[in-house]
Design a binder for this molecule. Structure first.
Ligand code: FAD
Length: 566
C-alpha cells in the first residue's frame, strides 16, 4: 500500500501546475513549458480543440435554426448568461449555463463564465489597451485601495513580450495615458470617426478618438505561421472560434505552443477543489482535484502553482484552501482575501445621427472600433467623482434595408441602393473603486454538484459611479451636439455589475502583507510558491480592458518563479 502511494505521488508530480487554461493560464503554461518545466494544466471544462471543435465557425446565417437568436425558453432558463451580448446561437456552447454552476447573488451580479479549454479567450472582444502610470499611481494619488507595488516600467517589457506573440493591431498614437505597444498595422477609422476625431482636435484638444488596439493579426505573416495562425480575414465571427487563428485565443496560440515543447500535460474535467498547504514544509505542495464526471478526488503535486481560474473562481479556490496555518483561506493572514473586488461600469451609452459626409459610406467589416481614451481627472482632479471613464466610439453608414412588399416589390426594395444617415454611438467604460464591503465569500450552506461551497457575490455601484455616469452622459451629449449630431439618445440601462466581464480583485497585490494578499511578483506573501496572475490580483481596475495586463503579469511571474526556483 505504502509503495502504491509513493508511486502515485511520483506519477502525479510535476514541476509546475497551472489551474485554468483560459487567457492567463494559457500564458502561464506557455512560459513555464518554454522554460523547460514539466507543467500540468488543470481545466475543469471539456476539451475544445482549435478548429475542429468550433462547430459553427463556417455556418451561414440561414444554417442556424433560429437565425442566430436564442429561443425564449433558453432565455427563461438562463436569465443571467442571456443578458451577455455574445450569448447567441452561434456561440452559446462556449458559455456556462445558469443552472449548471449556481452561485449566490447577495447583490445582483451577472457572472459570465466559459468553462472549457481556453476559457473566455474564445469569446472575448479582443480589445487590448495598455495601462500607464496614471493607472498604476491612481490608488496612491486618489487615496483608495492600496498602492500598487509596481509601476508601468515594471510591466512595460512584459506588455511588449505578450503583444509580439499574440499579435496586436494598433496605431502609435503617442498618448501618455495609453502607451503605445508593439503594433501590427492598424485597422482604419471610418470617415465619420475621423470627422469626430478632427472635431475634437479643434474644440477639445486634450480629447482624442483613436482606433482601438485589438488582438488580431494584420501583418508579419511568417512569424504567426509558426503558431499555425494566419491573417485576420475580417469575418467578425470571432466568438465562434476562428479557423484562421486570426485573433488570439489560448486554443489557437499559447496552448498549442506549450504542447509543442513536449513539456505540457493537460487534464480536462479536472475541478480544482483547493490548494494543499504542507505545514511542515511551510509551502504549497499541490492541489486537490475532483473529476467532474466521476466525482473521484486526486492529488497532484508540484514545486510551483499558478492560479488562473479567472478572478472570482481563483478567490473561491483560495478561500476553500483551508489548513491549520490558514483557517480562513490560503494566504489570508490579512483578512482581505475576497474583499476589495470591483468591476467596470458599462451602464451608460449614447447614440445619434449625422447628416453630413454624404460622399462617404462604410463597407465591409472591421473587428474593432474607435476608442476614446480616458480624459477625466487624468492630470488633475477636475470633477466631484474619483477616477474616470474611457469609451467606445463608432460611426458607420450603411444602406437602408427595406423589407416592404412581396415579390417584385420586395426585390426592388431590397436592391435599392439608398444610404441612411451616419449612425454614431458610444458606450462608457468606467473605473469602479474597490471597497472593503465589495466582497466574495463562501456560502456556509450551499454547495455545488461536487460538494464545493458556492461563491457568494456582493458588489454594487455607489455614489461615485452614479456621478460618473451623469458626467459621461453630459460630456458626450455636449460633444455630440457641438459636432452637429442629431437624434441624440442617451441610456443608463441600470444593468447589474458583471456584464462588463471584467471582474477583478479579492487577492490584491500590495507592498504590505497586512493589507494585501500578493506581493509585487504576484506571489502569495505568506506562501510564495503560489502565484495568482489572473484578475484576482488587481489592486484597482482603471478603465482599460484588463486581459492584456493579466497576460503580462502571468509571463512576468513565470520569469520570476523560474529564476527563483531552488
Ligand atoms: C463576450 C466577452 C467579451 C470580452 N471582451 C474583452 C475584451 O475586449 N478585452 C479584454 O481584455 N477582456 C475581455 N473579456 C474578458 C476576458 O475574456 C477575460 O478577462 C479573460 O478571459 C480572463 O482570463 P482568465 O484566465 O482569468 O479566465 P478565463 O479565460 O475565464 O479562464 C479561466 C479558466 O479556468 C477554468 N476554471 C475555473 N475554475 C476552475 C477550477 N476550480 N478548476 C479547474 N479549472 C477551473 C475555467 O474553466 C476556464 O477555462 C471578454 C469576455 C467575454 C465573455
Amino acid at each position: 500500500m505504502a509503495n502504491l502511494n509513493i508511486n502515485s505521488k511520483k506519477e502525479n508530480s510535476y514541476d509546475a501546475i497551472v489551474i485554468g487554461s483560459g487567457m492567463s493560464g494559457g500564458w502561464a503554461a506557455k512560459e513555464l513549458c518554454e522554460k523547460g518545466l514539466k507543467t500540468l494544466v488543470l481545466e475543469r471544462g471539456r476539451e475544445v480543440k482549435h478548429v475542429q471543435d468550433y462547430p459553427t465557425t463556417n455556418k451561414m446565417p440561414w444554417e442556424f435554426e433560429h437565425r442566430g437568436a436564442i429561443p425564449e425558453a433558453i432565455k427563461k432558463e438562463n436569465p443571467v448568461v442571456s443578458r451577455c451580448y455574445a450569448f447567441r446561437e452561434d456561440a452559446q456552447h462556449f458559455f456556462v449555463k445558469d443552472q449548471e454552476h449556481p452561485y449566490v447573488q447577495e447583490k445582483p451580479f451577472d457572472w459570465i463564465r466559459g468553462y472549457q479549454t481556453g476559457g473566455k479567450s474564445l469569446l472575448w472582444a479582443r480589445q487590448v489597451q495598455r495601462w500607464s502610470d496614471f493607472d498604476f499611481e491612481g490608488p496612491a494619488r486618489d487615496g483608495f485601495a492600496v498602492d500598487w507595488p509596481i509601476r508601468y516600467q515594471d510591466i512595460a517589457p512584459w506588455y511588449s513580450h505578450v503583444e509580439k506573440f499574440i499579435g496586436v493591431s494598433g496605431n502609435k498614437d503617442g498618448r501618455d495615458n495609453l502607451p503605445d505597444g508593439e503594433f501590427l498595422p492598424p485597422f482604419e477609422l471610418t470617415a465619420g470617426e475621423l470627422y469626430f476625431k478632427d472635431f475634437l482636435r479643434k474644440n477639445y484638444p486634450e480629447r482624442e478618438i483613436i482606433v482601438a488596439r485589438c488582438a488580431h493579426i494584420t501583418g508579419n505573416k511568417e512569424f504567426y505561421a509558426k503558431q499555425g495562425r494566419a491573417l485576420c480575414q475580417n469575418r467578425t465571427l470571432c466568438q465562434r472560434g476562428c479557423p484562421f487563428g486570426g485573433y488570439f485565443s489560448s486554443n489557437s496560440s499559447t496552448l498549442p505552443w506549450a504542447a509543442n515543447t513536449g513539456n505540457l500535460s493537460m487534464q480536462h474535467h479536472a475541478v480544482v477543489h483547493s490548494i494543499i498547504y504542507d505545514e511542515a514544509k511551510g509551502k504549497a505542495t499541490g492541489v486537490r482535484v475532483i473529476d467532474a464526471n466521476t466525482g473521484e478526488t486526486t492529488e497532484y503535486y508540484a514545486k510551483v502553482i499558478f492560479l488562473n481560474a479567472s478572478a472570482l473562481n481563483s478567490n473561491l479556490i483560495l478561500l476553500n484552501s483551508t489548513s491549520n496555518r490558514f483557517p480562513n483561506g490560503l494566504g489570508n493572514d490579512s483578512g482581505v482575501l475576497g474583499k476589495y473586488v470591483a468591476f467596470h461600469n458599462y451602464r451608460a451609452g449614447i447614440s445619434g445621427e449625422y447628416d453630413g459626409l454624404k460622399e462617404y459610406t462604410t463597407e465591409g467589416r472591421r473587428p474593432t472600433s474607435g476608442y476614446f481614451p480616458r480624459f477625466r481627472n487624468v492630470y488633475k482632479q477636475e470633477t466631484d467623482f474619483l477616477r474616470g471613464y474611457a469609451a467606445g466610439f463608432s460611426a458607420s453608414r450603411s444602406m437602408i434595408t427595406d423589407y416592404s412588399g412581396i415579390g417584385e416589390e420586395l426585390e426592388q426594395a431590397l436592391t435599392r441602393e439608398e444610404y441612411g444617415p451616419w449612425r454614431v454611438g458610444s458606450h462608457m467604460m468606467g473605473e469602479t473603486i474597490p471597497k472593503e464591503e465589495s466582497q466574495v465569500s463562501l456560502d456556509p450552506v450551499k454547495k455545488d454538484a461536487w460538494g464545493i461551497p458556492q461563491l457568494k457575490i456582493a458588489m454594487d455601484y455607489d455614489a461615485n459611479d452614479e456621478a460618473m455616469i451623469k458626467d459621461y452622459l453630459e460630456q458626450m451629449t455636449e460633444m455630440f451636439e457641438a459636432a452637429g449630431f442629431t437624434n441624440i439618445r442617451t441610456r443608463d440601462d441600470k444593468r447589474a455589475p458583471g456584464l462588463d466581464i471584467h471582474e477583478m480583485g479579492g487577492a490584491r497585490m500590495g507592498n504590505d502583507p497586512e493589507t494585501s494578499v500578493l506581493n509585487k511578483w504576484n506571489q502569495i506573501h505568506s506562501c510564495p510558491n503560489v502565484y495568482v496572475t489572473d484578475g484576482a490580483c488587481m489592486t484597482s481596475t482603471s478603465t482599460q480592458n484588463p486581459s492584456l495586463t493579466y497576460m503580462a503579469f502571468a509571463a512576468r511571474a513565470v520569469d520570476h518563479a523560474v529564476k527563483n526556483m531552488g
